[in-house]
Design a protein around this ligand. Sequence first.
Ligand SMILES: CC(C)(COP(=O)(O)OP(=O)(O)OC[C@H]1O[C@@H](n2cnc3c(N)ncnc32)[C@H](O)[C@@H]1OP(=O)(O)O)[C@@H](O)C(=O)NCCC(=O)NCCS
Length: 146
Amino acid sequence: MEIKTYQANDLLLLRRNVMRPGMESFEDVMYNKDDHPSAIHLGVEKDGKIIACVSAYEEYNPDLPNQTHYRFRALCVDENYRMQGIARKLFDRLIEEVINKGAQAIWFTARTHLIKFYNSFGFIEYGEEFLIPNSCMHIKMYKVIK
Ligand SMILES: CC(C)(COP(=O)(O)OP(=O)(O)OC[C@H]1O[C@@H](n2cnc3c(N)ncnc32)[C@H](O)[C@@H]1OP(=O)(O)O)[C@@H](O)C(=O)NCCC(=O)NCCS
């Protein structure tokens, strides 16, 4: 499985279909730091189509120690390719990439049913659960690198 880097625009279709199934608009899956210089967009292609992706960019979180914080966004795997370990490989690679860029902590908002998956990478949940409109219950998670 080859993981490649992309531009955010390349990932919008998969993000929309996976994160907001049934919605026509791309608005909810376009992030204001998608084109930030620190942004990293990773994906996996099958037969010329992107079937998995995940993104990250530098975003300070005042709840965390240190200064250089990366936020992860939109881990998505096409429903036809799930439970084959693709998300785990993408997430491992993204962690490695942001550490190489100097990340001192990583954070994101997680769907609560995936807490155990993220715990397995060393991420810890914190704060109250909250509902994201058009989606489901979420909770913040973090990991301090150094
Ligand atoms: C969540 C998602 C990215 C997982 O992708 P995947 O490639 O099927 O995941 P993997 O095969 O790498 O599985 C990773 C682990 O997560 C677990 N997992 C996968 N889907 C899960 C689910 N819906 N609920 C709970 N655990 C799940 C697997 O059991 C596996 O655990 P293991 O490594 O201990 O066996 C994929 O189901 C998806 O795109 N879902 C919709 C979008 C989404 O929820 N994104 C995350 C937002 S926080």
